[in-house]
Write a protein that binds this ligand. Structure first.
Ligand SMILES: Nc1nc2c(c(=O)[nH]1)N[C@H]1C(S)=C(S)[C@@H](COP(=O)(O)OP(=O)(O)OC[C@H]3O[C@@H](n4cnc5c(=O)[nH]c(N)nc54)[C@H](O)[C@@H]3O)O[C@H]1N2
Ligand SMILES: Nc1nc2c(c(=O)[nH]1)N[C@H]1C(S)=C(S)[C@@H](COP(=O)(O)OP(=O)(O)OC[C@H]3O[C@@H](n4cnc5c(=O)[nH]c(N)nc54)[C@H](O)[C@@H]3O)O[C@H]1N2
Ligand code: SF4
Ligand SMILES: [Mo]
Length: 735
């Protein structure tokens, strides 16, 4: 924190109802306070500390405290009691204040009296808005049953509404971004290997080697996870980064593997076949916990380093060098599972190959490996009951995507709606997701939305998806509302073995007419004939219902400075019956390869480059694009282009460029070139989430280029039905 008080002192004084106390009570801190770089109206004596904040500038949910003056939030900081992020928050977390007070934010319920996609907004009352939502959704259900509704949720506040629509209303057409465009594939690949998803419970802080495949730590930022990674490096871990681009992590790596995009599975197979053939694997572990190892061995043996090298363009010597390094340090190796996994439409197999690599190293339950990072349990459930309507999800009816995450693969919903086949989908509820910039094939998303009878959208900002709403509802932001609990273990799994429990609490009251999710959904439920099914009356009741069985409450959490700590469990060790399914017969029965298998992706057409996108430290997708601080830090997304290629194109760093893809789609905005030897010649890279079109985003509109606009080729993972997003090919054009 910027002011000098002891941790204990700060916490003792920071725990009063309404979660705030005058900072003047916080002992002899005046000198430290005056150093705070933040100045705002009012005196320091008026500054109060509000506890219980939980960030949602991204989905990691760091624990916050807020400094409040004249009922205004003036600064956000990490909660010093946190054993997760601690006092640290990232640039985006800091800039949350600029979301809270963004003058462009949604303030009132609005009705679109213009066209969908080109709206004219009319302010209406909550009653009018909710009446209309209820009436239109009821009309859809009446005409087409509950499956006439589609839902696109994401984020903490979307959980309660998602359950309402899935369970009580009864629609299977729900597609959550974190599953179908992010980590759903990864989780199901691991589920099919070790019986559970990997989480991010990889003990990098205590690893001898950290192996990251397409993870650009430091550019992707999740505070406690980044701390874990940096602690590992500080402790002397060797770092291997596999990335076609010289990322921030590659710059710190001992070995940078400049892989050909789309061929990661073959690189993994090349290493594993070499390790197995030469006995360089953890035989004791495999014997004790491996299932189907002989079948696995047979299936992968064709991929000698020599054969793999031809495919992935990694030198044979480097394949062996990395394999030797991993084997020599087994089992204390962090085989990072990755997080954004929706790459090429062959991704489930990559997930399986990573999980099997952790298996042959025996990197489970040991320092540096996968550990039991689960937080405390025993919480209450707040659930919408199942209604009487049940409809089988599309992929189940069709017998495809047998490893699909829960919900329905996005493309199936969209195709079904557009063709009205096998049934019509005529209403759409979007909650905390921006399908315009999140899902490939924008033109189909637009087509789907345009054919709807009704589109309802709940958001905090006028992002591009809101252009398509008929009714647009303003939600209280994460700094103004209660929300679900966040729990976990100490960030470095250290031997004090502590666990934490916190729940999101408002740091300030919601301004204008912004409402929380429980209010909105309950009011809708009353209008849709589900009043009796309402599980809780208020959002406070929701949180308290969850906390109660664990002996906690909102009041107790506030009294404990927003975070309850309790003894945890030893994260190391594996159960005797822990299994690694190197070969999975159930997958084989479902018609999928039983062992990790390489599926080649389309080659880059002549004259084009593969479009790669990823995170940047100063933004979270599109959601931060209108944030004045973050925009000032990174106003556009430079296009990384190889220096030799740039030479041929006559491009210099800083030149204005735009892109056109192999299907003729031209970017509607432009950015500038970043000419570098640090990227392969066959691809370009830019940060994802830029190039907003909505005029309501007065800061973000037209800033940089939107990668999603150029993702017009469909690439779908055969096991999960999740979207691949790196199968599009572009040319750079001087703007
Ligand atoms: N091309 C391409 N596509 C991608 C990715 C990529 O790298 N490239 N990444 C994928 C990944 S990993 C992910 S996780 C997804 C993310 O996909 P999204 O979650 O759709 O991305 P965001 O830009 O965060 O947009 C979320 C929407 O929620 C709104 N919002 C923010 N806070 C709140 C709130 O408190 N309440 C409500 N109701 N709304 C809120 C924002 O204003 C925004 O409109 O995108 C995926 N899609
Ligand atoms: N600052 C910031 N941090 C974030 C987020 C954010 O929006 N902003 N979002 C969070 C979320 S929801 C997620 S899912 C994570 C995502 O974080 P990551 O899982 O790290 O995913 P990306 O950021 O998309 O990483 C892309 C990297 O993969 C490389 N790459 C591209 N193609 C290939 C390939 O074929 N093979 C290999 N080996 N590498 C390839 C790219 O060059 C790039 O360096 O980040 C989280 N953290
Ligand atoms: S990593 Fe940054 S943006 Fe994400 S929750 Fe933590 S502080 Fe917020
Ligand atoms: Mo994600």
């Amino acid at each position: 924190m910027a002011f000098k008080v002891t941790r204990r002192k700060f916490l003792q004084t920071a725990s009063i109802a309404a979660a705030s106390v005058p900072l003047s009570k916080v002992a002899t801190a005046k000198a430290g306070v005056a150093k705070s770089p933040f100045t705002a109206p009012g005196s320091f004596a008026d500054t109060k500390i509000a506890v219980g904040g939980i960030c949602e500038m991204c989905f990691w949910r760091c624990q916050l405290v807020g400094k409040v003056r004249d009922n205004k939030l003036v600064k956000l900081e990490g909660n010093p009691k946190s054993i997760d992020n601690g006092q640290a928050i990232c640039a985006r977390g800091n800039a949350g204040i600029k979301l809270l007070y963004d003058p462009d934010r949604l303030k009132y319920p609005m009705k679109n009296v213009g066209e969908r996609g080109n709206p004219t907004w009319k302010r209406i009352s909550w009653k009018e808005a909710l009446d209309e939502c209820g009436e239109k959704l009821n009309a859809t259900v009446k005409a087409h049953s509950a499956k006439g509704i589609a839902m696109f949720p994401h984020g903490a506040s979307a959980k309660y509404p998602m359950q309402y629509f899935e369970h009580t209303v009864g629609t299977p057409n729900v597609s959550e971004a974190s599953f179908f465009q992010c980590r759903g594939i990864r989780d199901y690949a691991w589920l099919n290997t070790i019986g559970t998803g990997p989480g991010e419970n990889v003990d990098m802080a205590n690893a001898k080697v950290i192996f990251g495949l397409g993870c650009h730590f430091g550019e992707n930022v999740h505070v406690s996870h980044t701390k874990r990674y940096l602690k590992g490096l500080e402790n002397g871990a060797k770092l291997v980064i596999v990335d076609p681009r010289f990322s921030a992590a590659a710059a710190k790596a001992d070995i940078w593997v400049k892989i050909k995009p789309g061929t990661d599975t073959v690189f993994m197979l090349g290493m594993m076949s070499y390790m197995v053939a030469n006995g360089k694997y953890n035989k004791d572990f495999v014997e004790a916990h491996g299932i189907g190892f002989d079948e696995f061995k047979d299936a992968i043996k064709e991929w000698t380093p020599e054969k793999a090298s031809k495919e992935c363009e990694v030198p044979v010597a480097q394949i062996k060098e990395v394999a030797d390094l991993l084997a020599a340090n087994a089992p204390n190796v962090s085989v990072h599972p990755g997080r954004f996994f929706s790459w090429h439409g062959n991704d489930f197999q990559r997930g399986r190959s990573l999980a099997c690599m952790a298996g042959i190293l025996g990197a489970f339950g040991v320092p540096g490996g996968f550990v039991k990072g689960k937080g405390p349990g025993g919480f209450g459930k707040v659930g919408w009951p199942k209604g009487h309507e049940h409809h089988e999800a599309l992929h189940r009816q069709m017998g495809i995507y047998k490893q699909s995450p829960s919900g329905t693969p996005t493309d199936l919903i969209r195709d079904c709606a557009i063709a009205s086949k096998p049934y019509p989908i005529k209403s759409c509820v979007v909650w905390g997701q921006n399908p315009m910039q999140t899902i490939p094939q924008q033109h189909l998303t637009i087509k789907m939305l345009k054919q709807m009878d009704f589109v309802m959208c709940v958001d905090v900002m006028p992002t591009d998806i809101t252009l398509y709403a008929d009714i647009l509802l303003p939600e209280a932001s994460y700094l103004e509302r209660f929300d679900y609990i966040k729990k976990g273990t100490q960030w470095d799994f250290s031997d004090t073995h502590q666990q934490f429990v916190s729940a999101r609490m408002p740091l300030v009251k919601a301004d204008f007419e912004r409402k929380d999710q429980v209010y909105i959904v309950n009011e809708l439920a009353k209008r849709m004939g589900h009043e009796k099914a309402i599980p809780v009356q208020t959002i406070e009741e929701m949180v308290d219902t969850q906390l109660k069985p664990a002996g906690l409450s909102i009041a107790k959490l506030i009294a404990e400075d927003g975070i309850h700590l309790q003894p945890g469990k030893d994260p190391y060790g594996v159960n005797e019956d822990f299994e690694v399914q190197f070969y999975n017969e159930e997958l084989e029965d479902q018609g999928y390869p039983g062992a990790p298998t390489y599926i080649a992706v389309p080659e880059v057409p002549k004259g084009y480059m593969r479009l790669l996108a990823g995170r940047s430290p100063l933004h979270t997708f599109n959601r931060t694009q209108n944030n004045v601080w973050l925009n000032a830090g990174m106003p556009e997304n430079p296009v990384w282009v190889n220096d030799k290629v740039a030479g041929k194109l006559g491009l210099k760093s800083g030149d204005k460029v735009t892109m056109v893809n192999s299907e003729g789609v031209k970017s509607s905005s432009n950015s500038h070139a970043l000419v570098t030897p640090g990227i392969r010649e066959d691809c370009v890279f830019m940060a994802h989430g830029f190039g907003s079109k909505s005029a309501g985003m007065t800061v973000g509109k037209g800033a940089g280029m939107d990668d999603q606009e150029l993702c017009s080729i469909r690439a779908v993972d055969p096991e999960t039905g999740c979207n691949g997003m790196r199968n599009n090919f572009v040319k750079l054009v001087k703007a």
